[in-house]
Design a protein around this ligand. Sequence first.
Ligand code: ADP
Ligand code: MG
Length: 479
Amino acid sequence: MYNIYWWFFFLIFERMPDKGCKCVVKNIVQEKWEEILEFIKTEYGISKVSFITWISKLYVKRVEDNIVYITSDDSNITSNFTHIRTKYGMFIQTAIQEITDTEYEIKFETDNEPAVPFHHEVSSKAPQNQGLPLNPDYTFDNFVVSKNNQLAHATALKAAEAPGDIYNPLYIYGDSGLGKTHLMQSIGHFILENDPDKKVMYVTSDTFTNELIDSIRTGNMSPAAFREKYRNIDVLLIDDIQFIIGKDRTQEEFFYTFNALYEAKKQIVITSDKPPKDFTTLDERWKSRFGWGIIVDLTSPDYETKVAILQKKIDLKQNEGANITIDDEVISYMAENINSNIRTLEGALTKVIALAKIQRMPATKELAEYALRDVVTPNQKKSITPGFIIDVVAEHYHITSSDILSLKKDKAIALPRQIAMYLTSEFTGYNISRIGEAFNKDHSTVIYNVKKIKDLRKTDHELDETIKVLINKINPDMR
Ligand code: ADP
Ligand code: MG
């Protein structure tokens, strides 16, 4: 009992602002934090909404050994630290350096002090929407439609217009950075704009997993309350489902939620890095269940699409008040040289804008070449080796590269192995005996396997689709 009182006082003192406390010596970063935030806001062309959503609520918890530990009291922010770190980490670090004249490393830290559970208890009584916040920029209006995403876009729009109707579930798959999260959240925005009372829950599969573990381990939320929370919604947007598949307990809980929502005709949107049939450990029943609505994919954008996306992102920043002018030549340079994905493309644009601002120079091609020297390697074709192909195929099928190189004969390994051989013969320019060496197989086995996959592609539509996904992962330009 006394313990509880003790905690109570501890929490109150912990949460008291330390401004008036003479015993706390503030580090210069803490002292100048307001100035640093102001610098980030004005110097890096970050939109007002993004700044308010992601940055304004950050503060410095402590500074030790030239490491600035950043945190926030807002759990929506702390649960998005990965996003904040990737998108704004460089800006925060640079701003600290600019203002304090000292180089610091930054780390994002979730507040593990007892204050957090205290906080949670209060907020768990709040009524609904306990999912993650939607990124205000991820709307249909800001999504550039082109060949590589036409079908996915059309079905997403349809699902947003008639939630729970024909495209339920909507399953969107594709490589990282191609717009899955953007499209999925556009559905959420659209539905909420038409009916703000709708309960739209956006979660990553990580959040889902962590909440489930939390509900079981700490008793913060009973398993029944956990189920209730996920049943009591109109739209479930679950991002990157691949991280749930294969985790028995979480998967089971997700299926439970899926069934409950589906039966109640609530819209379910799933994103993943691969189509359901490629999850080798997933039950056939579930592979077909995920396909009850529609399965669509996103692929790499072509040159024109990349130009249009860059233009859109620049317009967005300008509309939000940023003063940016970028030569068309720079846009073409980026669209031509950045092939990997749209996230990298957008990161490149942000880098060029940041450098132009810091150097107070126009964003010319020379400046872009300098800013992107680590991202762009002109005229240098990525060399595709059998090892790389084996890694990509193994990762895709959730097996190991040594499985592919082993003598194991079960289908879950034999098929990926044959596919890897086929792709090696297509992409490396190796002759049959070199492929044989790379896979530890004799000449005739290689010929047989390569031909088998080549023929199968003509008759087996699903396999052909999988191979296109793999080709896209190996070399997006060759699809
Ligand atoms: P994924 O979830 O597939 O990894 P994201 O949805 O996070 O990819 O997209 C990465 C970035 O690329 C986001 O900033 C997103 O706005 C942008 N993006 C992707 N596709 C498009 C598009 N068609 N039009 C405009 N922006 C796009
Ligand atoms: Mg995503």
